[in-house]
Ligand binder design. Structure first.
Ligand code: XMP
Length: 511
């Protein structure tokens, strides 16, 4: 495998995903990981990510010089490149010109290893305010730009490479080729990491570990838990029990869709239990307006309902969890970011169910890999490519108090919005889009009558990682069609608004 050492760059997961796209398995570790541990892993290659600091400043994240003396190829990206130069005796300082965005880069000299097949003049993605003003001894410059004398440098003899730009970002036109050259050719990996072999191998591992034991899974209907259910179903069939809690805050028809796939009418031979708990949730949520309070109630009620079902089932051997790699990485870096919203489905182990061990077969996969596994296992595409849906569901898409009536309004409006977008023939659907119910009521006129009804908010965003997002540019005529259908078809709504806010300062959800 190849390992990525994370210096806090915003693209760290992207780097790892790109490596896996070269069919090479790859994991991310913090720069605080001791050298001994890295040596034990015996990686075929090491990639150092970007990061927000200046490597020459006191207290900046760094790594010991010995990392570059292991005889393992190292590729430094952006901050990682500067750090490599800094540690090995080059010079890094504040650049006279800050480079940001697509930048024309010229390949110098003859790097027929890292830049094999790369055009002499190529567009790359730059984002830096420091630059390498002098390369370390033994390195030669292999690329430059108008403002950056060392866009890339290499010490071929030791297989050390430093590049100032970001090959992992798609704006770097030949970024994939560069990463491929490094991880496959320079590191000499075999390139055997594939999803079909993952499925086969994991099914074998699950069978071996579970034996004749019983496994319990809380199925939400989201991508991760659905793929996990399908994988476990294939591995152990009826030894699996899935509990699906319908909290009455799902999208329109969603509960029935989940039951259709995993219930008795579906194609998996498992025990499927659907709990219709809408009334319980609505009762608990009555009169509650504060978003975090709502999240807490929804989270706790889930635990209670699940616990009751688990009691009926009795002791199980394994509790299955749909943890995926980004959850692992993000929780590993915990403590460095502030909690803006508490995402109750990530975090602590449930201590409310009687089980012996946790099983997390998707723990090493990125989201797009989980999707590939889902398709491999024959799950329907609408399920596998489902957009993210928050654990608290429509509870946080209804501003203020949640009532059955408001849930109906937001479900119907959202359904129309989704249907119209699907039929609009857009080149690409937004990364996340939904209708929310503002708590605002306003005056309107319908026929000759005065109305005093709710305003629905339409949201749609483009994003890579949901940490930042931009509002999607949905064609105006599509929005108009959605608006007119919602007002005509959804009782209780007389106004439709489109949310233009980016994140930050907004968030994707309204609560
Ligand atoms: P925000 O609103 O924080 O959303 O910009 C970023 C992504 O996270 C999802 N989200 C949640 N997911 N529980 C979840 O499981 C939550 O409480 C929650 N709040 C937001 C949101 O849908 C978006 O994809």
């Amino acid at each position: 495998k190849v390992i990525v050492i994370d210096f806090g760059g915003q693209y760290n997961q992207l780097v790892a995903r790109r490596v896996r796209e070269c069919n090479v398995y790859c994991e991310i570790y913090s720069y605080r990981t001791p050298l001994e541990q890295i040596k034990e892993m015996n990686p075929k290659g090491i990639i150092l990510t970007g990061g927000p600091n200046s490597c020459y400043e006191e207290g900046a994240p760094t790594y010991t010089k010995e990392l570059f003396e292991l005889g393992i190829p190292v590729l430094g990206l952006c901050y990682g490149a500067q750090l490599m130069m800094h540690v090995l005796g080059g010079k890094v300082e504040k650049a006279p010109v800050r480079e940001y965005g697509k930048t024309e880069t010229f390949i110098d000299g003859a790097s027929d290893t890292l830049f094999a097949g790369v055009e002499k003049s190529t567009i790359v993605w730059m984002s830096h305010f420091d630059y390498i003003s002098k390369v370390a001894p033994g390195f030669e410059i292999i690329a430059h730009t108008a403002d950056c004398p060392v866009a890339a440098s290499a010490c071929e003899a030791k297989k050390l490479y430093a590049i100032q730009f970001h090959p992992e970002v798609l704006h770097t036109v030949q970024g994939k080729d560069i990463l491929f050259n490094f991880v496959r050719n320079i590191c000499g990996t075999a390139g055997t990491w594939r999803m079909d072999s993952f499925v086969e191998q994991t099914i074998g591992e699950i069978r071996e570990r579970v034996g004749s034991g019983k496994v319990l899974l809380a199925l939400s209907g989201g991508v991760d838990s659905s793929v996990l259910a399908a994988l476990l179903a294939k591995a152990i069939g009826k030894q699996l029990t899935c509990v699906f809690v319908d909290h009455g805050l799902l999208r329109k028809n969603e509960g029935d869709e989940v039951e259709g796939v995993f219930g008795p009418a579906g194609s998996f031979d498992i025990n499927f239990i659907r709990v219709n708990a809408a009334d319980r949730y609505y009762a608990k949520l009555a009169g509650v307006e504060e978003p975090e309070q709502k999240r807490k109630i929804i989270g706790e009620e889930f635990i209670r309902v699940f616990e009751e079902e688990a009691k009926k089932i009795g002791t199980v051997d394994f509790l299955a969890q749909g943890t995926i790699y980004p959850d692992v990485v993000e929780s590993g870096l915990g403590g460095e970011s502030v909690v803006i919203k508490s995402h109750h489905n990530v975090g602590g182990l449930p201590d409310y169910v009687d089980f012996k061990e946790i099983i997390e077969p998707l723990r090493n996969l990125f989201k797009d890999e989980v999707r590939k596994v889902g398709l491999e296992l024959g799950l329907p595409e609408y399920l596998v490519f489902r957009q993210p849906f928050p654990g608290p569901g429509l509870g946080i898409r209804i501003i203020g108090e949640v009532t059955a009536e408001k849930v109906r309004i937001v479900q119907d409006a959202d359904y129309i919005y989704r249907t119209e977008l699907a039929e609009a023939g857009l080149e690409k659907l937004p990364d996340q889009y939904f209708a929310a119910l503002s708590n605002m009521r306003s005056v309107g006129v319908m026929g000759d009558e005065r109305t005093y009804d709710y305003a629905v908010v339409l949201r749609a965003v483009e994003t890579v990682d949901f940490m930042t997002a931009e509002a999607s540019e949905i064609p105006f005529e599509v929005l108009q069609r959605v608006m007119s259908r919602i007002i005509n078809e959804v009782k209780g709504v007389n106004r439709v608004m489109y949310d233009l806010t980016s994140k930050p300062p907004g968030t994707v959800e309204l609560e």
